[in-house]
Design a protein around this ligand. Sequence first.
Ligand code: M6R
Length: 612
Amino acid sequence: MCGIIGILGKKNNVVPNVLEGLRLLEYRGYDSAGIAVLDDQGRISRLRSSGKLTALEGRLRETPLSGRAAIGHTRWATHGAATEANAHPHMTERAAMVHNGIIENYQELKAGLEAQGHVFESQTDSEVAVRLVSQGLSEGKSPEEATREALLRLEGAFALVFLFAGEPDLLIGARRGSPLAIGYGPTGACLGSDALAVGPLSDRISYLDDDDWVVVRGGEAVIRNRAGDRVGRPVKRLDPSLRFNLGKSGYQHYMQKEIFEQPQVTGDTLKTLLEPSGGRLTLPEDLPFRVSDAERLNVVACGTSFYAAMVGKYWIEALARLPVDVDVASEFRYRDPVLAPKGVSVFISQSGETADTLAALRYCRERGQKTLGIVNVKDSSIDRESDGSLLTMAGPEFGVASTKSFTAQLTLLAALAINIASERGLLATGEEARLIRLLLEVPAMMAEILSRSEEIALVSRDILAGSRDALFLGRGPGYPLALEGALKLKEITYIHAEGYAAGEIKHGPIALVDKDVPVVVLAPTDALFPKIASNLEEVRAREGRIVFVGDQKGLEKVGKGLAAGLVIPPVDPFVVPLIYAIPVQLLAYHTAVFKGTDADQPRNLAKSVTVE
Ligand code: M6R
């Protein structure tokens, strides 16, 4: 979703730095980009373009800009189409501004500003913010006063950065709901949406809290709260690993690289909870409550993280006999959920910034729930606002489609299930060690499947790439995996795909099956194999093009007449979700490559969904 960067240079031209920051924000997903620069005369110049950054860079080659103060933006359209006129920065003669979020009372503010003579140039909700500030400036207020007063009038969610005409050493940023970070480095302070954006110029970072605003001047950043009082926010060292390994390392796409990183990520994530002896999984000591004491768990998430939560429910209920409710975050707080008194609520999010998941976390905290985040981005809002967090060790994930963060979430959920079951005394002697051994074997098994990526590519080419619709079927924890497989395929290839619990197809979806519809059947040889084999027969009887994903024994049982069989090494049912995630991701990835769609930045999608 929208990405923001704001940089002040001491003597140098900061346009290349802003472009580098925007490049690092590309992963969030966007459909237009722009930059505003203060020239040597103190005037603001701006260039914007719809489409990708390369288009903006082309405009900059035709009309070079340079200056010591600049702001940049990648926009993911909400109010108004992805046109140049709606792209940020928005500006007047007095100020320019970039915004991430939604200003909910923009229509009312706009009407008031129009009555004062302002002529709006865009259809966005954002433009009101720069016009409110400009109005204050035209009334003789200082940039600080004008901004503070404008902020008090805005409703909704925002991260904002303002640049002021005639003020080469000033940026003002503000946050409510949408994240904004301050990077500190040898050249002073800069502002950006996340650690990646400020990383190239910074070695330390801090984050604004809601309703904070920050004045960056003279190499310093002064933070104030809503009341205008100066406040301090923790400053942490920036993780140096953020600066490494940000390229594609020879892979064609980030998504491909991230799929191939999964053996390492799974091992690294598991290690964070594994006692040195290797025989026990323990939760961090600073977690202020015992999850195993809960009588019920709520797990809340969106998208792929929600499917991870669904798998977690199977594991935790089966092993630890602890009831688990899973909810899509956008529905959760609006359905007036019944929360167990002093219960534990878990929030799963790769980015740690998903607006609905964050709102659900705040909803639960206000109602006295103990909260646990499962996040990939340390110091993200969900990490900071939860009572405790478990960190997935996936590293930066740039592909919009979640891959390695999904299996890292699964790894933590599997470990959590074992930990709770063990603390509740529900594991027979040797069982905890056996389950841990199974998890430790996962990276090697993932690597084996990855080595057969080209074989999977043939199925993508011959069966999926040419189809309009596809179905994914699974049972047990294979059901959320079927949902995830369908989500992966639809988001990066635009093929209409649905995932179903295999037993449900008779209740409707089987009407879709004919000789043109690929049906991917996830069929590990577990207790439910005979059931899913029957569902496969139902599809076969309607001439569906079956792509069987299972082991050799299962393949032999279902016999001939399949469109394709992807043979996976036999695995214990406990680790099926972790292992079967790989072929499901590779099927989608290779299909996107054959179709020529953008696997890393699919249309209309954002990596970090920071608006409701
Ligand atoms: O950052 P989060 O895990 O909270 O993001 C949740 C979803 O937006 C995300 O999983 C989305 O569904 C991905 N595009 C799936 O690949």
